[in-house]
Design a protein around this ligand. Structure first.
Ligand code: PEP
Ligand code: MG
Length: 767
């Protein structure tokens, strides 16, 4: 083994073992021991920052006086530890005592150590604590040691932040907080709104880490299920053993006897049953017993036993899978259910009883993922990227979801609940007051008409869009129809659905986008797994590789348009001229075929391309000679211009429609389209946010297309501004180089015109 693989191996081992620890105290304890061992250092200690008291508390140490742990602390400006925190930098010294910031702590017995290496433990740009390794020998630590610890601290900071944030242990008091004490979590606001309700945890089958704690409905039934599951797993293992008899040597098959011993009535099943008798449902009991054993094994010195952790977890998964297949009663959704999941696909969302879902909270995902766009269309408050949410502890917990601010309050105190109920009522009233904008033209105070279209996908969008006076459909996301099936829909199936869309908006334009799957738009029956999916096989790239799917869709659209003549076809994710040429060829061919088959003349639909990929900015002229119109997909254009994955919570704060590059690019596009005399609309989320909507209206987009949920807000904003003022605002904004300043500038403009509530939620000062 090379030194590098050895280090990597050590690193992986430490991270895995610490990850398996049940509490933060266990994790820290384990960490200092493993690090001291791996680095052959005399001391390894971890200090965590107690933010309330602004002190670094010694939380765990291998080598320093054990009594000092939890007792000794340093203020943030004190000692070398404080200096590491202040500078957010590594400090590596051969003789710590000679440094002016050295602070002698007699309780720790520290005077015997010379070399000092301090590493800040950083999480999302914040110092969480400091790790220190020390040595008798007066010799600075090597660069390799530094980088090893930096890597380790970066890996472990997440685990520390998690335990810290969930209050699993109140770290500075050494007492466990009650599982029902109030807690706040921060995520990314997806679809705005507020909800008060109870959590329903959705978890993927057989993912042992995500099984929630839940009370058994009937202990006897749960015990029965457990017994059957264990028996089935035993039978499976025996079968496996027999099957492998010829393929594996006896020693290699020894694992199966280990499994069977663990499955002995007096071993794991007995412990699980005890938990069930104490009131837990069987699946939760399996998780908790396996977790406890895994953490215990992970701490053992014996390598053989440490390696049993993965066997143990495998066994747990097997029992769980059996229990889950036996679990036939599906979860009932009560009114005001708050859906909690690690990740939720659009297809999974639309299958659920939508009317019962008050809010959605996920630990993964980001604000402009497809699921969020659909949730927004459905008017469901959504918070994503709540990375620290302890999913397994939340089932049935009371919660407030403040999706304006991306906050989740678990077990909220009564006063907060009351206050949020009031806010909810105020919001409902404000929404009602928007009804006055339902049947009005969208005209600025100086008489400029701005066309507002609706984005559709589900039938509910069509109904709401018509009710709210949309002047057409600016984007029909045809992938929704594909997501709701168990296979690719046939031509006739598609024709019927497209006809509904077109006829609901008869005499008005309906822009139908061809299938745009890939990245986060997954079909349940055609999963595309790619390392870098946003840059991968998506949109037109997929459909041009499958002309049979593309042509069937075009034929269905053309047939659906017979007699209505309001169909426009929009091509997604176009990067190159040749892609458009190929599409035009296929569309033309389908047109001829359908006319011949149906024996009718079909009007050639207008054909447009989406501007989503930055390469389009440099090719507008080339494209203009081929197509009839353009539509900006600002969601993807923002992602590609800023090189920020729109689905990655880690970079969610960088995904920003207010970025000057995005605003300037849009302005440039509109100017160019004017020169080329091509209609240009916008159908990304920027059109539906009242603040950016007035900006894009001022740029001169021919139409703004948005989810029905935002139509009235945008109309209200536009009806209350003077276009010349908005253009002046745009001119000022184009000179600003900072996204936050741009945002505040627009907010200021709107507040001055009595539109502040459209850009700032009612309760901004609530907490
Ligand atoms: C966009 O990218 O702005 C867009 C409208 O398409 P989608 O959000 O469906 O990718
Ligand atoms: Mg897009």
């Amino acid at each position: 083994m090379t030194a590098l693989t050895m280090q990597l191996e050590t690193l992986r081992r430490i991270v895995q073992e610490v990850d398996a620890a049940l509490t933060l105290h266990d994790a820290l304890e384990l960490m200092v021991n493993l690090v001291a061992e791996a680095m052959a250092s005399d001391v390894c200690s971890v200090y965590l920052l107690d933010e309330r008291n602004q002190r670094y508390v010694l939380m765990a140490s291998k080598g320093l006086n054990a009594d000092a742990v939890g007792e000794v602390s340093l203020s943030t400006g004190e000692g070398l530890v404080g200096l590491v925190g202040q500078r957010e930098e590594i400090i590596n010294l051969d003789n710590a005592a000679s440094h002016p910031r050295y602070r002698y702590l007699p309780e720790t017995g520290e005077e015997r150590y010379n070399a000092f290496l301090g590493i800040p433990i950083m999480y999302r740009r914040k110092v969480m604590g400091v790790m220190v390794v020390q040595h008798h020998e007066a010799k600075a630590f090597s660069e390799a040691a530094e980088s090893f610890l930096v890597t380790l601290c970066a890996q472990l900071s997440g685990a520390i932040a998690h335990a810290h944030a969930v209050g699993q242990v109140d770290v500075f008091r050494k007492t466990a907080s009650s599982p029902t004490s109030a807690k706040i979590f921060q995520g990314v606001a997806g679809a705005g709104g507020i909800a008060i309700g109870r959590a329903v945890v959705l978890y993927p089958p057989a993912d042992i880490d995500l099984v929630p704690d839940r009370q058994a409905e009937n202990i006897g039934d749960e015990l029965g299920l457990l017994q059957t599951a264990v028996q089935s797993v035993r039978a499976d293992i025996r079968e496996l053993d027999a099957k492998m008899q010829d393929a594996l040597m006896a020693e290699e098959r020894a694992l199966f006897s280990v499994y069977l011993r663990m499955l002995d009535d007096n071993a794991l099943p007995a412990e699980i049953a005890t938990k069930v008798r104490a009131g837990s449902w069987a699946q939760g009991a399996v998780r908790s017993v396996i977790e406890a054993h895994a953490a215990h094994f992970a701490q053992m010195d014996d390598e053989y036993l440490r390696e049993r952790v993965s066997d143990l977890r495998d066994l747990g998964r097997r029992i769980l899978a059996r229990l889950q297949t036996a679990d036939t009663h599906h979860r009932e959704f009560a009114e005001d259910s708050i859906l909690i999941a690690e990740e939720l696909s659009t297809a999974a969302l639309v299958e659920l009883p939508i009317s019962k879902i008050a809010a959605i909270v996920t630990t993964e995902g980001a604000a402009n993922s497809h699921m969020v766009i659909v949730a927004r269309a459905l008017g469901i408050p959504t918070v994503v990227g709540v990375t620290e949410l302890p999913i397994t502890q939340l089932d049935d917990a009371e919660m407030i979801v403040d999706a304006h601010q991306g906050r989740i309050f678990v077990h909220p105190v009564r006063r907060l609940r009351q206050r949020y109920r009031e806010v909810l009522r105020e919001e409902q009233q404000a929404t009602k007051s928007l009804n006055a904008y339902e049947n009005r033209d969208t005209i600025t105070t100086d008489g400029q008409h701005v066309k507002l279209y609706v984005n559709t996908g589900l039938m509910i969008d069509v109904i709401r869009g018509t009710q709210r006076g949309a002047e057409g459909v600016g984007l029909y996301r045809s992938e929704m129809l594909f997501m709701l099936r168990e296979r690719f829909p046939g031509e006739e199936e598609q024709r019927i659905i497209y006809r509904q869309q077109l006829s609901h908006f008869a005499n008005k334009p309906v822009v139908m986008r061809t299938l745009d799957i890939g990245a986060d738009k997954d079909l349940p029956y055609f999963s595309i797994k790619e390392e870098n999916s946003a840059l991968g096989w998506r949109g037109i790239r997929f459909t041009l590789d499958h002309p049979e799917i593309f042509s069937a869709q075009i034929r269905a659209m053309l047939k659906a348009s017979i007699g209505l003549n309001n169909l426009h076809i929009l091509l997604p994710m176009i990067t190159t001229v040749s892609e458009v040429e190929e599409c035009l060829y296929l569309i033309e061919r389908s047109l001829m075929e359908v006319q011949e088959e149906e024996q009718v003349k079909i009007n050639r639909p207008k054909i447009g391309v989406m501007i989503e990929v930055p390469s389009m900015l440099m090719q507008l002229e080339d494209m203009a000679s081929l197509v009839d119109f353009f539509s900006v997909g600002s969601n993807d254009l923002t992602q590609y211009l800023l090189a920020v994955d729109r689905n990655n919570p880690r970079v969610a704060s960088l995904y920003n429609h207010y970025h000057p590059a995005v605003i300037r690019a849009l302005n440039m596009i509109v100017k160019k389209c004017r020169e080329l005399d091509k209609p240009i609309s916008i159908c990304g989320e920027m059109a539906g946010d009242p603040a950016t909507a007035i900006l894009v209206a001022a740029m001169g987009f021919d139409a703004l297309s948005m989810s029905a949920a935002n139509l009235l807000k945008v109309r209200k904003a536009i009806c209350n501004i003077d276009m010349r003022d908005a253009q002046q605002l745009l001119a000022e904004i184009l000179l600003i180089d900072n996204p936050s300043v741009i945002r505040s500038w627009i907010e200021h403009f709107m507040t001055a015109r009595g539109l502040g509530s459209l850009v700032r939620p009612l309760h901004q000062n609530l907490n």
